[in-house]
Each structure stands twice: as C-alpha cells, then as structure tokens.
Design a protein around this ligand. Structure first.
Ligand SMILES: Cc1cc2nc3c(=O)[nH]c(=O)nc-3n(C[C@H](O)[C@H](O)[C@H](O)COP(=O)(O)OP(=O)(O)OC[C@H]3O[C@@H](n4cnc5c(N)ncnc54)[C@H](O)[C@@H]3O)c2cc1C
Length: 339
C-alpha cells in the first residue's frame, strides 16, 4: 500500500491547484520564461538535450599546452541593453552576477559586452535555483489525465507527468517533431518555418593575429572574425579566433563534409589577407538550426485550448533581442491563463 502524508486540508488544495509547466529547451528563451514563472509562483521544470544550459549562447573549451582555451562559437557577445535586460530577470541579492563583464567599443560606436569565462556563463546564471533536467532529449508529449494535461517523454523513455502547460523553446522544426502527436494546428505552422544553418570555425594561431574584437573581412563566404583574445582570456602567446560563415553560404553547404567547409573557409580568409600559415588547431562546428530564413512574425505560437505554446528567437528574428521579447510575451500569456 502507498501512503501520502498530508498535514492539512489546505495542503491538499494547494497540491491540486499549483499549476505545473514543462519548458523544453534551456537556452535564453526557456530560462527567461522560467524566471518569470518563479516571480509568479508557478512551478516549472526545464528539459534540455545538452549537457549544459545556455543553448546557442555557447562556449567550447579546448585544452592545449596546459591551457584551457575558450571559444564562444555561438553568440559571441551581448549589447549593454541585452545584458541589462538579462540582469533585470535576476534577484541580484539572492543571485549576484557570478562573472565579470568587460565592455568594448567595437564596430562604429557600438559597445559590446564580453565575458572572459564564456558566454555560457549567462545561461548558468539564469539557471540558478531552477529545476532543470539536462541530457534529456524530449522526443514527444502525450496527453494525460483525460486530455487535461501532458506527459513529457524523453529519448531514454523517461516519462514525467503531469503538466498543465507545455512550452517549447527549441527551433521550430524540433518543436514540430516533439508536438507531432498532439493533434494541434501549431504543428503545421511550425513546419512552414525554414531553418538556416551557420558554420562556425574555431582556430588557434601562433602568434596571435593583430585583430580587433570583431572584424568584417569583406568576403563572400566569411561573415565576421571574432578575436577571442580580446575578451580578456588568458591564452599566453596563442591567438584564438572564431570565424562565422555567412548564413546563405552556410545553408547551401550544410550537407558538405567538414573537411570541404573548413578548407573553403580557410581559403576565403587567406584570400582577404588573413595569414593562417601559423594555424595550430582548427575545429568546425555545424549549427544546423542557427536561425530561420523568415521569422514567424509574432512572439509565440499558441494553442490555448490544449495548453501548448511555442517560443524562441525564431518567432521574431534571429537574435537575443528576439529571444528575450518572445520569452516576455510567452510568460505573460501563460501566467495570465493560469492565475
Ligand atoms: C553562430 C551564431 C552567432 C550568433 N550571433 C549572435 C549575435 O551576434 N547577436 C545576437 O543577438 N544573437 C546572436 N545569435 C543568436 C542567439 O544565440 C540566439 O538568438 C539565442 O541564443 C536564442 O536563444 P533560444 O533560447 O531562443 O534558443 P536556443 O539557444 O537554441 O535554445 C534552445 C534549446 O533547446 C534545446 N533543445 C533542442 N531540441 C531539444 C529537445 N528535443 N529536447 C530537449 N531540448 C532540446 C537545445 O539544446 C537548446 O539548449 C547567434 C547564434 C549563432 C548560432
């Protein structure tokens, strides 16, 4: 026999009434939504397929010559208003910022904020105190409790129930796949949104190349070169750069071999005068879902009857501003329907 001990009748009522929300994806959008839920007293659990949080605000570590080298191979920096919007989500007394930021003057008059320990520190900070299931790829959701709630099913066949709402913050095609059994009209719309990839090349040179934080080499293939050394990281005499290929070129070459893409990107860099004779190490990352060709044009996609809502930067654009705006509007919509 199974007993549950409850102190009072009130506890019973609270158990019945506390709304529960599953958030799929612990990138900037998912984490920001979860923080809004904390303020509103709504219980949420996040699920992410990766080993860490932060999504495309990602940092790759490389051990070399006894040094730990860091590359922000996704979003490389923040603008001051973006940093402020993120900081406002945190109760700075309970969760003080655990990293130092450095502000740089970059292209034109624009200021950019870099984090020496890596951009993924932002996601780790936002994740403080949240309930997060890492390395859990959600494969589908299935109705439960007489179609009133949802169960989350993961690739390891773990089933977690019962949620009043499911919020997806994955790229749209992945959301469509997760929701395919939901019978919701949102799936058709999700499938109309075209993904756009990006190739990101991380290189170590000796000595460091004399580059500013970010440069546009004026190439048909290369979008920008980011000098990771300019972020205040200790790499001694080694030079660290992350090179992003242009999105349309990347998308055309998403199916090409890594060797072909790497050779093409290095040749393009040499063609515009970047000396890569002294490249000690090169590593390529394929962002299959770096962004979308055409955003949805509204901050979320909701099925209010079924308790489903899809959010993410792709709703409004391909950037952090869009992720934050989507998160704000999505959280407000769910909170309004639950409270
Ligand atoms: C190369 C590159 C450069 C960029 N440069 C800039 C820039 O200069 N400025 C700027 O503003 N923005 C930039 N961005 C965009 C910025 O990184 C994104 O807008 C922002 O990080 C999006 O956050 P998100 O939470 O919406 O999505 P994501 O960060 O993608 O989060 C989605 C999460 O869902 C998880 N997930 C996916 N499928 C599943 C599943 N089945 N089960 C569980 N979890 C799942 C993923 O692991 C991921 O953590 C760049 C992005 C890239 C890739």
């Amino acid at each position: 026999m199974f007993f549950v001990q409850l102190d009072t009748a009130t506890t019973l009522m609270n158990l019945a009434q506390t709304p529960r929300v599953a958030i799929i994806g612990a990138g900037l959008t998912g984490l920001s939504i979860a923080r809004r839920f904390v303020e509103a007293g709504i219980e949420s659990q996040l699920f992410d397929k990766s080993r860490g949080v932060s999504g495309r605000m990602a940092t790759r570590r490389l051990e070399m010559n006894g040094l730990t080298l860091r590359f922000d191979h996704g979003s490389p920096f923040l603008t001051p208003p973006q940093m402020q919007a993120i900081a406002e989500q945190m109760n700075s007394l309970a969760h003080p910022m655990p990293f130092d930021v450095a502000t740089h003057s970059a292209l034109g008059d624009e200021s950019l904020i870099c984090i020496a320990d890596g951009m993924n520190q932002v996601g780790k900070w936002l994740a403080s105190g949240l309930k997060i299931h890492l390395s859990q790829q959600v494969t589908e959701i299935v109705p439960s409790d007489g179609n009133r709630r949802w169960q989350i099913v993961t690739a390891d066949d773990v089933v977690i129930d019962d949620f009043d709402w499911v919020v997806t913050t994955t790229p749209p095609r992945q959301a469509a796949d997760i929701l395919r059994l939901s019978n919701s009209a949102v799936v058709r719309t999700l499938n109309t949104i075209e993904p756009q990839g990006c190739w990101s090349l991380m290189i170590v040179t000796e000595p460091a190349l004399p580059l500013s934080l970010v440069s546009d080499p004026g190439s048909e293939i290369i979008e920008r070169v980011i000098n990771e050394n300019a972020k205040g990281r200790s790499s001694e005499h080694l030079g660290l750069c992350t090179v992003h290929a242009k999105r349309p070129w990347s998308q055309r070459h998403m199916g090409s071999s890594k060797a072909d893409v790497q050779n093409a990107m290095i040749a393009a860099l040499q063609a515009v005068g970047f000396d890569s004779q002294n490249t000690l190490h090169a590593q390529l990352h394929r962002w299959l879902y770096a962004g979308v060709v055409q955003p949805l044009g509204q901050p979320y996609l909701a099925d209010m009857q079924r308790g489903l809502i899809c959010a993410g930067d792709w709703c409004l654009g391909n950037d952090i501003d869009s992720a934050l705006a989507s998160a704000d509007a999505t959280a407000a919509k769910v909170i309004q329907s639950l409270l």
